[in-house]
Design a protein around this ligand. Structure first.
Ligand code: K1U
Ligand code: ZN
Length: 174
């Protein structure tokens, strides 16, 4: 397994729509495993393939108690096949926007269908943080970022802050 560098915003690679996976073969399984290792190391509770520079519809999630047993979820071609009318505002983070946390409104419950690590079709219903995380990671697959849910003013403040951070990191690395 390998740790992959996480792309930070602003970056055009985070704005691309990702392509569906034909099947979960050895290469996709390896990508899922590397993404899980990268997510646990970050640490985070989710990660989408475009965040590591791969424009494929693959996400990984683990919202279980970090003190308990790991419960990784690997999903290729995830689809939301039902969503509740009820919505809620919840604070979200993003590994591509370090230290930025913002409230986003989303359906509280979703039913998701996907191909798992073994290329089997699976389906389940999620709520709470898991539902939020599934929707956040699926947004990444369509080039939609946390800031795209915010007002124009908030979005431009955060993007400016991120560009400044990237610039200072680039200067520090020479
Ligand atoms: O997509 C990402 O960048 C991962 C993101 C997922 C997410 C978190 C919260 C709400 C919606 C989506 C993160 O994992 S941000 C980091 C984070 O939540 C966390 C960090 C340390 C410990 C536990 C959680
Ligand atoms: Zn994110």
């Amino acid at each position: 397994m390998a740790l992959l560098p996480i792309i930070k915003a602003p970056d055009p690679r985070l704005k691309k729509r990702c392509a569906a996976v034909e099947r979960v073969d050895g290469a996709i399984r390896r990508l899922m495993d590397d993404m899980l290792e990268t997510m646990y190391a970050a640490p985070g509770v989710g990660l989408a393939a475009p965040q590591v520079g791969v424009t494929k519809r693959v996400i990984v999630i683990d919202t279980s108690d970090p003190e308990g047993e790991r419960r990784p979820l690997c999903m290729a071609n995830p689809e939301i096949i039902a969503a509740s009318d009820a919505v809620a505002l919840r604070e979200e983070g993003c590994l591509s926007f370090p230290d930025q946390y913002e409230e986003v409104e989303r359906p509280v419950r979703v039913r998701v269908r996907y191909l798992d690590h073994e290329n089997e079709i699976r389906e389940f219903e999620a709520d709470g943080l898991l539902a939020v995380c599934i929707q956040h990671e699926m947004d990444h697959l369509d080039g939609v970022l946390l800031v795209d849910h915010l007002s124009n003013l908030k979005r431009s403040i955060i993007l400016r802050r991120m560009a400044k951070l990237k610039k200072s990191e680039a200067v520090a690395s020479v």
